[in-house]
Design a protein around this ligand. Structure first.
Ligand code: UDP
Ligand code: LCN
Length: 794
């Protein structure tokens, strides 16, 4: 590629030179993809006779992500393919280009970001790629996020090439399963694979003499004499199927049979889910600082998982009520929430609980107050230790799976899994790095407020120790053709003055799996489903939206016949509710068509303990003043409970309204799928999850939060078209319902997560997934880097 670019540069010297000069003339040290594309488009406009698009320069620009300008030199980061990066240095005056490596590119960024910084020839470089060089990787971008199938296929084919080893491994694996001290699957009578094969044949003969619905009581004794224990199936029919699966697997092994067989082994009884920060509770918590979708996600996940675990155990004939513990932080000053309670059963489950463990400082004192998620790093190591003790005390055994959530929970999951030797699954929910522009490069500027050096270091450690990672969308891992994925952004970056990451994570690693969450279908269902509607909530909703007396609101909607533009989120800057109010304020025509209703946190800045929230509340007030929106907007400083939010989406749909999610970036966006499953046409940010959730023009619309006027026009035009032809609204509403039904549902999620846990658990047992060396390296990184960073917070 470099040669074709060089040749092109020579042949079209003046145009190419002009383009690079223009970039330098912008007088900005860093250029983003959008800046480069805009400049290139201007060049195309100014040189109509030159077909520039499909030239080597055009190709370069079409895949470039960022540039570092240090005249007369420009360095480009070029994403040749999803997850594959190259770096090119252009010497503008000499019209010469060369490939440079990641380290040189990062060095350039460091120099330009801080020209006064003394050059350091010895910067710590983190490169994880050599460790698992031999480990199989996906090849195609379209396979990213389907790691489990790939891993299973690949490792199976290696293993099955050696029948003795494979048989021996299966035999050993079947011998390790126990439930509360009771041996499962195999007892100690079978010592070789040959014996197992014979025993399976005998078992099949024996079972064929019993009715299909007979249970363990009828056949257990004879099976035990053959070497088998409980776990093959509740009924004879199920046992026969499981034995047949094993027999096929021994005779003609393949990855699908292996996966089907593993799916039946009772091996997940106790699960620990970690979610330390925020207020984790079942009521009065949503909308409080740092408390949002993650809580909803986990509570729904627990219900679905418990059901799936119970069904699987029951089918295999194990009478054990699965246990799930959600471990979070205990906050003594918990206000009106239950976050000061050490144990709380989870409603809608049989045996799942929230376990709360307090943070303690170095003097062992319990920290009484809420602490921002950006500042909890110094407490996590101690929290992990206390969690280990508490979990073992409650369960009496090690858990079978540990699931981390968000950066803090994932780090605790790493520490705990390492200690207990349990399979670790990570869920990021949102990786902060992509949310804040240049949060890595200028980490020092923001360190006092955000402590990103701790967070990004923790992220790197946790994503590399995890046995598997589940994500809500593809874009979360690897973005799309134009934009970089959230995980991908950790592959190469620099924290100047601290360390450089050359290879932090590889998005082609088979540990990544897309398992999308759902919206609780008992609560979020279509507005047209009249018999299930919660009509009794309507008087309260009316009061909320229109009533003068309703506490904690600003604005009185004077024209009640207008449809509603609805939005609901926490008052974080990134959620951009203020942006939406501003577009609305600036667009007279949109105001003429609709009212705006916003449910967001608080309307009184003095009631908020979070500085970002306070700043947003004040800004919202100033916008309402500036655009004189008091009769067009209703801003509710309320926290709606689940049933109320379910019904409010439907109420807005009844009157031909829409939902708008205007975030500058949204990692996934539960409100988006909730609104969609209610049949409420949704306009959502194209940065992050909604880009993938919504098919633009079919199941909703994308809006660009950086182009407010354009977004306002898009919404307005939808109202206009729907007014002229109501089928326009109805088509999008139906499209939204269909999309969520097909793609985002909890039973599917739970089924898949349980399969993943078994398959990764098996391969961890069989091969340790070749992560031992990585583990040692990361322990060093933890000890020498993260601990020091965390100490600097206190
Ligand atoms: N939510 C709610 N009541 C409120 C505000 C929010 O029930 O007053 C819920 C909302 O329905 C959604 C979640 O909080 O389930 C927010 O999740 P999302 O993924 O949209 O954003 P996050 O807050 O996690 O960034
Ligand atoms: C955190 C976020 O920021 C949201 O985008 C997600 O929907 C939520 O967690 C649940 O995963």
């Amino acid at each position: 590629m470099i040669h074709s670019i060089q040749e092109y540069f020579q042949s079209k010297r003046s145009i190419v030179y002009m383009f690079f000069r223009n970039l330098i003339a912008l007088d900005r040290p860093f250029l983003l993809r959008s800046d480069l594309c805009d400049e290139f488009d201007s060049l195309i406009e100014s040189t109509p006779d030159e077909p520039l698009k499909h030239t080597p320069l055009g190709n370069l620009i079409s895949r470039v992500q960022e540039a570092v300008v240090k005249a007369p030199r420009i360095d480009f980061a070029f994403r040749s393919r999803i997850g594959k990066w190259e770096y090119i240095r252009i010497h503008v005056e000499e019209m010469h280009c060369e490939m440079i490596n990641a380290s040189a590119f990062l060095q350039s960024k460091e120099r330009v970001s801080n020209p006064d910084q003394k050059e350091d020839d010895w910067v710590l470089e983190i490169d994880l790629s050599p460790f698992n060089r031999e480990f199989p990787k996906l090849q195609e971008p379209r396979s990213i996020g389907r790691g489990v199938e790939f891993l299973n296929r690949n490792l199976s084919s290696k293993l099955f090439n050696d029948p003795l080893k494979h048989g021996d491994l299966l035999l050993k694996f079947l011998q390790v399963h126990q439930c509360m001290g009771q041996q499962l699957m195999l007892n100690d009578r079978l010592h070789s694979i040959g014996q197992l094969q014979d025993a399976v044949n005998h078992a099949q003969d024996l079972l064929s003499q019993h009715p299909n619905d007979a249970e363990w009581d009828a056949v257990g004794h004879s099976l035990q004499e053959l070497g088998f224990e409980m776990g093959w199936g509740r009924t004879v029919q199920r046992m026969m199927e499981t034995f047949a699966l094993l027999s096929d697997l021994l005779e003609a092994p393949d990855h699908e049979r292996l996966s089907a067989f593993l799916g039946r082994i009772p091996m997940i009884f106790n699960v620990v889910i970690l979610s330390p920060h925020g207020y984790f509770g079942q009521s009065n918590v949503l909308g409080k600082p740092d408390t949002g979708g993650q809580v909803i996600y986990i509570l729904d996940q627990v219900k679905a998982l418990e059901r799936e675990m119970r069904n699987r155990l029951e089918e295999q004939g194990i009478n054990f009520e699965p246990r799930i513990l959600v471990v979070t932080r205990l906050i003594p000053d918990a206000g009106e929430t239950s976050c000061d309670q050490p144990l709380e059963p989870i409603v809608g489950t049989q045996n799942a609980s929230i376990v709360r463990i307090p943070f303690r400082n170095a003097q062992e004192d319990v920290i009484p107050h809420w602490i921002s998620r950006f500042e909890i790093w110094p407490y996590l190591e101690r929290f992990a230790k206390d969690t280990e003790r508490e979990v073992l005390a409650i369960l009496g055994v090690r858990p079978d799976l540990i699931i981390g959530n968000y950066s803090d929970g994932n780090l605790v999951a790493s520490l705990l899994s390492e200690q207990l030797k349990v399979t670790q699954c990570n869920i990021a929910h949102a990786l902060e790095k992509t949310k804040y522009l240049y949060s890595d490069l200028y980490w020092q500027t923001n360190e006092g407020q955000y402590h990103f050096s701790s967070q990004f270091t923790a992220d790197l450690i946790a994503m590399n120790t995890a046995d598997f990672i589940i994500t809500s969308t593809y874009q979360e891992i690897a973005g799309n053709a134009e934009s970089v994925g959230q995980y991908e952004s950790y592959s190469t970056f620099t924290l100047p003055g601290l360390y450089r990451v050359i290879n932090g994570i590889n998005v082609y690693d088979p540990k990544f799996n897309i398992v999308s969450p759902g919206a609780d279908s008992d609560v979020f269902f279509p507005y047209s489903d009249e018999s299930r509607r919660l009509k009794e909530l309507h008087p309260e909703i009316e009061r909320m939206v229109y009533g003068e007396e309703f506490p904690g609101h600003r604005g009185e909607l004077t024209e009640r016949d207008k449809p509603i533009i609805f939005s609901m989120a926490r008052m974080d800057r990134i959620k951009n509710l203020t942006g939406l109010a501003q577009w609305f304020g600036e667009s007279e025509s949109l105001r003429e068509r609709a009212n705006l209703v916003i449910v967001g946190g608080n309307i009184d800045p003095n009631q908020s303990s979070d500085h970002e929230e306070r700043e947003q509340i004040e800004y919202m007030h100033s916008l309402i003043d500036q655009y004189q929106l008091d009769s067009n907007i209703r801003w509710l400083g309320a926290r709606l409970d689940k049933n109320m939010s379910g019904e409010i989406y439907r109420y807005i749909a009844d009157n031909g309204g829409v939902f708008v999610q205007p975030a500058l970036f949204e990692a996934f966006g539960l409100t988006v799928i909730e609104a969609m499953s209610s049949g409420l046409p949704t306009f959502a940010t194209l940065y992050g999850g909604p880009q993938e959730i919504i098919v633009d023009g079919e199941s909703g619309f994308h809006i660009d939060p950086n182009h407010g006027a354009e977004s306002a026009n898009k919404i307005e035009s939808f109202f206009e078209r729907s007014k002229n032809d109501p089928s326009v609204w109805a088509k999008i509403s139906k499209g939204a319902i269909k999309r969520v039904e097909e793609r985002y549902n909890w039973p599917l999620y739970a089924e898949r997560l349980m399969t993943l846990s078994r398959v990764y658990g098996f391969w961890k047992h069989a091969t340790n997934l070749e992560r031992e060396e990585t583990q040692r390296y990361l322990q060093m990184f933890y000890g020498l880097m993260l601990k020091k960073r965390n100490e600097s917070i206190q």
